[in-house]
Design a protein around this ligand. Structure first.
Ligand code: SF4
Ligand code: MG
Length: 327
């Protein structure tokens, strides 16, 4: 398969009061063409920061990429200028966020907001723009599209606003869509509808999808492969069924154990006791050691490497098969 996005040894540094911290420390993953890759983790895991880095949206006064590459179609995005990035965003890669109300401008109509990227990037007549907008609104299942274009964001329901955001993300015909908690703010029925929609448009538009979520239920429903992030590192990565059948990292096991029964779809990641260490608290050793029920002496002294079992990766000393043999 062809990779559309390859992140290699990404490290991100932030200025903090006392100096610098490194909230992303060596992230590696690939998204194949047509694939839906889930990135799962609690808040503070670095999943949103990673996606902002891909979009070139890190706050540049206080943060920087200190190492690594973000290859999109083979091109390293970390070398792009802001001007080059503006051409890429919305056209090659689009992003949708959790709360559409904060991404949509309350003082412009839906039609005005949807026509803006078309006016910026393409030479289209007013009529052609209008037709394109109506078509994309229909594609995301918005009824009365001809009337909706004249309405303001607050006149729409949360689910309809998220559909508008998705249509906005589709306008530039991106090859990759990044969705950061796209359904977290929505109630369960609407959530299911939006996920279904995202599945369909991904296939119809021949895109790849990077889905960031804290909800393993969403992962199970949507993703081909899963990356589990914890405190700025990838602690496990596997094909989705493999991850649920045979989670190797104690953190992933904890996430799966704290999933509610299938009927009640509210995720409770927070039932693993303890907290994600802050970037300034990271030291040598396993990042999960302070919460891990299996932790042993070595876990506090030495950072585990990535152990590989076929395509299943995990970063935990329990997977070290050489341990004990050598003594
Ligand atoms: Fe737990 Fe040790 Fe594995 Fe870390 S390396 S997850 S502390 S067993
Ligand atoms: Mg986030």
């Amino acid at each position: 398969a062809d990779a559309i996005l390859e992140i290699k040894d990404l490290k991100i540094q932030f200025k903090s009061g006392k100096g610098t911290v490194e909230p992303i420390r060596g992230v590696n993953f690939t998204i194949e063409k047509g694939e839906t890759l889930g990135v799962v983790g609690e808040s503070g895991s670095g999943k949103s920061l990673t996606s902002l880095a891909v979009m070139g949206l890190l706050p540049d006064k206080i943060s920087k990429i200190t190492s690594g590459e973000i290859l999109f179609g083979g091109k390293d995005l970390t070398a792009l200028t802001e001007k080059q990035y503006r051409k890429l965003r919305g056209n090659e890669i689009s992003m949708i966020f959790q709360e559409p109300m904060t991404s949509l401008n309350p003082v412009f109509t839906i039609g005005e907001q949807l026509s803006e990227p078309l006016r910026q990037h393409k030479k289209m007549s007013k009529k052609a723009i209008n037709q394109a907008i109506i078509a994309v609104l229909k594609q995301v299942g918005i009824p009365r599209a001809e009337e909706i274009v004249n309405e303001y964001p607050h006149q729409l329901s949360g689910g309809m606003r998220q559909r508008v955001m998705i249509s906005l993300a589709l306008l530039g015909e991106p090859r990759l869509m990044i969705a950061d908690e796209p359904t977290t703010a929505l109630d369960v029925t609407i959530q299911a509808q939006i996920l279904e929609l995202m599945k369909n448009i991904k296939t119809q538009n021949d895109m790849s999808l990077l889905l960031i979520t804290h909800d393993l239920g969403v992962v199970a429903e949507m993703c081909d492969r899963v990356v589990v992030m914890y405190a700025g590192e990838i602690v496990e990565m596997a094909e989705v069924n493999e991850l649920f059948d045979r989670p190797l990292h104690p953190y992933t096991q904890g996430l799966i154990d704290s999933m509610p029964s299938n009927n009640e779809r509210k995720s409770r990641l927070y039932s693993i006791s303890g907290q994600v260490p802050k970037p300034e608290e990271i030291k040598e050793g396993c990042v999960f050691a302070n919460r891990c029920q299996y932790a042993f002496a070595k876990c506090f002294q030495k950072t585990p490497p990535v152990f590989q079992d076929g395509d299943h990766l995990s970063k935990c000393w329990l997977q070290d098969t050489t341990e004990g043999e050598v003594g």
